[in-house]
Every structure is written in C-alpha cells, then in structure tokens.
Design a protein. Sequence first.
Length: 240
Amino acid sequence: MKKVDNNMKTSLVRHITDLHPVPLYAVVLASITSLILILIHLMGWQLWLVAILILIAWSPIFFLTARAMYRQHRWLAFFFVLLVAQSAHFTEHIAQMIQIHILGLSGSMAHGIIGVLDFEWTHFLFDAGWVPICVYTLFIVYRKTNPWLWLLLPLVTWHAIEHVAIMSYYFRTGIVGSPGLLASGGAIAGGLPITRPDLHFLYNLGEETLIVLAYLHQVKQLPAAHKDVAIVPGSKVEVS
C-alpha cells in the first residue's frame, strides 16, 4: 500500500513538473531581481512599487508556462491562470492579516502590500467578476471529473454575492468599507462577530485551498506526457 502511495505521489510530481517547465536561468534571473528590489525597499522605496516590479520580474515565467500549457491542455492552462491570480490576491489578504493582527495597524495603514489597488471596485471586479467567471467555466468543463469544484462553486458564489451587496451599499451611500452581509454589522441579522477583513480572509483561504486541490486533482487525471516534447524554449520534458 505504501509503495502504491509513493508511486501516486511520484506520478503527481512528474505531471506537475512536466506541465510547468521553467528554464533555470529565468528563475535565477527573476530571483536575483526580486532580491535587489527587496534591498531597494529597505533603502526607502515604497512597498507597493517594489511588489509591482517583482510581479513584473516574474511575469515572463508565468506567460511562458501558461503558453506551454495552452498548447497541450487549453482548459488546464485557464485553470493555471486562475490559480496564479487567486494566489496573488490571497497573498494580499495574508499581508493585511499580518498588518492588523501582528503589527497592530488599522484603517489606511492595513491595506495589504499593494494598497493603492485596495478599492471596492477592485475587489468587486475580482471576487464578483473574474473568479466566478473562471470557476463557473471550469465547473462546466470538469464537473464530471472534479469533486473539488462542486465545493468551490457555492463558496465562490456566496463570496460574489457579498461583494455585490457591498458595492450596492457603496453606490447608495458613497461610503467605503461596508460590512456586507455576514461581517459584524452586516445586513443579515447584524452579521457574525467577525470583522470584514477577517471574514474575507477566510473566504479567500477557503477558495485558495479548494482551487489548489481542484487543480492538483485535475493534473492527476492527465495521461503521461509524451517523450521528448519540447514545450518551453530552452527546456525539454523527458519521460522515461
């Protein structure tokens, strides 16, 4: 039984490495650039600017990987784009939790890493637009083979409804920071005893977890990669 489990893990790792081949020089270059930018931040540069530049440094690797995946598995490439986007978004929520609960910041000082993008419109377009569109699309494509998407769908739907309620309040009053439906002071029975930042961190934690599990589950469904298929310039995948 243990040998079977090890073989399954090996197969999953092989699938992941086959699907996400990245030239070593690109990783080294992006890592060195990121380190330099972090040092520049310590010298006084704004954190949000450094974060954006780090994202730009890693973007070629992301686009190369997505393009390579698209050539073989179009819908899985779409899934990969959702995973990366949600992971970046979730990182912002983690940063906000650190700012609030560890650093003791609040208000305008607790807007995550790229605080200049922390607007109601940004959250609405991402959480009530981009993510639901992606998840509903992937659900239609993979609903028969991926049980994790059945759990993800209602969570994403409810999260989107929360942001629709928040935007509705914003349109009516012009006030930013509405608790929405379930946060403390929310529209449903006064909400739960939890602040909006904490609640939406939990929403995104749930979505991130389920997206990762659904993605890995879908990767495991793939047949073995073909031998000697070059899918990224400067990198070959070989399956013996």
